[in-house]
Design a protein around this ligand. Structure first.
Ligand code: PMV
Length: 314
């Protein structure tokens, strides 16, 4: 029996979330952890599709939006109307700012392409379409930064262009960067947070546009600091970016507290990552991540270390 397999990467946004939706530059990278999907033709009660998600345990997906996205993706790969069984193992927390939905969509669409007998080169364009379809359902006006990270990994800058295109550039790192990530609180809906910022901008356009420009400047300076390995400046820029996100109304007491804990434990900077409203914090350390990890663990937070290696740009 033919089995289709596919992988998608989770992601960390280092700078520029939310501003990226309005055409400003942002910086992100694909995490090694993410999603692995396996799809086969199988017998499903009543026909149709069966999707199982495996996190700490396996569960059948019943969310009609996710099943609808699966159906739409299957149709794109010429598998409409077939009985398909898919299992996706997710090793990033859902809705926590680490790009779980894009990782899931990329892994599932790559597995569908593999099942349909397509090579990675042949299916690349269709995988983009499939992931855009799924991200449109879950994220509304998504910038596409999650999708880019989920497909490729690596450190990159990203900007949406007028007229629909995107500008993506791999970034050089002058030295390895040690980052630590914790989940400060349960995740929130990205589309609701993006809609909340849009509503704030409609009420107070000058204030919000100025905050977006500040975020854009921070991202620009961060590209330079990454290129020369200036960890102290990168840390300060992360703190400043967190303040911008607070002013946009997407931080929470739990996220602010996790950032403060990290700084007290020796991080050179810390910020929320992703849409906010809950979810994850990323902090940068000079050398040893142990102090920050201990501080977070003592406060009961799940956390992990990520080394962004000098050669991880593509
Ligand atoms: O919450 P996440 O991981 O989906 O990140 C969303 C990033 C935003 O900039 C808030 C939205 C987007 O589409 O870029």
């Amino acid at each position: 029996m033919r089995i289709g397999r596919g992988q998608g990467f989770g992601k960390l946004i280092l700078f520029g979330e939310h501003a990226v939706v309005y055409g400003h530059g942002a910086i992100a990278f694909g995490l090694e952890r993410g999603a692995h999907a396996v799809v086969s033709r199988g017998v499903v009660d009543g026909g149709g599709l069966r999707l199982r998600l495996v996190r700490s345990a396996a569960e059948d997906v019943t969310d009609p939006r996710l099943l609808g996205a699966f159906e739409g993706m299957a149709a794109l790969f010429g598998l409409a109307g077939e009985s398909l069984v898919a299992e996706v193992v997710l090793d990033v927390p859902a809705s926590a700012g680490l790009g779980s939905s894009a990782a899931l969509a990329v892994s599932l669409s790559r597995a569908l392409a593999d099942l349909a007998g397509m090579t990675a080169e042949e299916s690349e364009g269709l995988v983009h379409q499939a992931v855009a379809l799924s991200e449109g359902i879950f994220h509304g006006a998504a910038s596409g930064i999650d999708q880019r990270a989920a497909m490729g990994g690596g450190l990159f800058s990203f900007r949406r262009l007028d007229g629909g295109g995107v500008e993506v550039a791999s970034l050089e790192l002058a030295r390895d960067l040690k980052l630590v990530v914790c989940q400060a609180a349960a995740g929130a809906s990205t589309s609701e947070l993006v809609a909340g910022v849009a509503a704030f901008r409609a009420r107070e356009p000058e204030r919000v546009n100025a905050l977006m420009l500040e975020a854009a400047d921070i991202s620009g300076l961060a590209v330079e600091a990454l290129a020369c390995g200036d960890v102290a400046t990168l840390g300060q820029l992360m703190d400043l970016n967190h303040e911008v996100l607070r002013s946009l109304g997407v931080s929470t007491a739990a996220l602010d507290r996790a950032c403060a804990l990290a700084r007290e434990a020796g991080a050179v900077g810390a910020k929320l990552t992703g849409a906010g409203g809950g979810g994850c914090v990323v902090a940068l350390v000079e050398n040893d991540a142990g102090g920050v990890l201990d501080a977070w663990k003592t406060s009961g937070l799940d956390c992990f270390e990520v080394v962004l290696a000098q050669n991880s740009g593509e």
